[in-house]
Design a protein around this ligand. Structure first.
Ligand SMILES: NC(=O)C1=CN([C@@H]2O[C@H](COP(=O)(O)OP(=O)(O)OC[C@H]3O[C@@H](n4cnc5c(N)ncnc54)[C@H](OP(=O)(O)O)[C@@H]3O)[C@@H](O)[C@H]2O)C=CC1
Ligand SMILES: O=CC(=O)O
Length: 325
């Protein structure tokens, strides 16, 4: 009998068929307790789990004693309790390689849209402002040859830096936990403390994982340090930026604007002031949302699961120590 795996997100037929070559595949809607109760026996015997956005914690793992590989179809894994997975001797795998360039494109789009007021200008044309009040055309802010500060010089940070430096002639400063020689060589980036970066950057681009250290890394004190003309971009995880402090900074004109793909609570609540403040560009967490990239992420997630369960996966493992547990 083939081992059982649980799929909690829709996958294209060709990828499901790759899975069914190896496993009994059971698709469920989500990982809610109700779903687990309904499929209790399947969760008990499943050796693999694939999907994204589910909460994988001690409570779920207690219901999945046979789990060996948990494959998230995402780069970020803050909704997964990595320590609990390790305790249960299950590896967590992710799909960062598939999405880096696409997310960097989205971040550059946020930089351009926020600086050049693109969404507002689009609305202005479509609602007749060009005819009725052409004198009210607001001027925007240049992007080219400005200073970009990138907090999080990982895969996406570097891909963004290359676009900004080679495409727009921008000077790059960055912060990460350690200096990144490749960024220094490839885009002449200079390491800066977060404080230095905030005071100097025209664009503060945050692309960090959500951890205990990064939660609310950008809050009131950090907005106080930023230039009045600065634009904040966040495409990492919403809670890295204190949203209440961001709204206060925008209202007090401590910064010029923001471009956001991620929010403290998603979907963003309609009553959030971020939906009405000028100079704020909002996207619905679509950094990786292209046909090509979403397919590639699912393809990599399936590959991670198959190789992981065969014991031959050599990359994308978040907690290799689980293999020794
Ligand atoms: N909006 C979207 O659709 C998407 C969002 N994401 C988010 O983007 C994040 C980054 O992705 P990716 O670039 O692939 O990840 P990487 O792991 O390649 O890079 C993460 C970077 O963050 C830095 N970092 C981590 N903790 C700290 C800290 N406390 N202070 C300063 N720097 C820190 C790391 O520093 P160091 O290198 O020195 O260790 C590293 O440079 C993901 O974790 C995910 O949350 C990812 C994909 C899509
Ligand atoms: O936010 C998306 C991810 O892949 O992480």
């Amino acid at each position: 009998m083939k081992p059982t795996i649980i799929q909690f997100m829709p996958l294209p037929d060709d990828l499901v068929s790759k899975l069914t070559d190896h496993f009994e595949v059971i698709e469920v809607d989500n990982l809610d307790q109700e779903t687990v109760d309904k499929h209790n026996e399947v969760f008990q015997r499943a050796v693999g789990l694939i999907g994204s956005g589910g909460k994988v914690n001690e409570a779920l793992l207690a219901r999945m004693p046979a789990l060996k590989v948990c494959s998230t179809v995402s780069a970020g894994y803050d909704s997964y309790d990595v320590q609990a997975l390790t305790r249960h001797a299950a590896i967590l795998t992710n799909t960062p390689g598939a999405l880096t360039e696409t997310v960097a494109d989205a971040m550059m789009a946020l930089v351009l849209c926020a600086a050049r007021n693109i969404p507002a200008m689009d609305q202005w044309v479509k609602t007749g402002g060009w005819h009725t009040a052409p004198e009210q055309l607001p001027l925007a802010i240049d992007v080219h040859h400005k200073k970009m500060g990138i907090i999080g010089m990982g895969r996406i940070g570097l891909a963004l830096a290359k676009r900004a430096h080679h495409g727009f002639g921008m000077e790059i400063i960055y912060n990460a936990r350690k200096p990144h020689k490749n960024a220094e060589q490839e885009v002449n980036a200079h390491y800066a403390s977060v404080d230095e970066l905030l005071t100097q950057a025209d664009f503060v681009c945050v692309v960090l994982p959500l951890t205990d250290e990064t939660h609310h890394l950008i809050s009131h004190a950090q907005f106080d340090q930023m230039k009045e003309s600065a634009i904040l971009i966040n495409a990492g995880r919403g809670p890295v930026v204190d949203e209440e402090a961001l709204i206060a900074a925008l209202k007090a004109k401590k910064i010029y604007g923001a471009g956001l793909d991620v929010f403290e609570k998603e979907p963003l609540v309609g009553s959030s002031e971020l939906t009405t403040l000028p100079n704020v560009v909002t996207l619905p967490h679509i950094g990786s949302a292209t046909h090509e990239t979403r397919y590639a992420m699912k393809r990599d997630g399936v590959q991670n699961l198959i190789l992981g369960l065969q014991g031959s996966l050599t990359e994308n493992i978040i907690n290799p120590e689980a293999l020794k547990a």
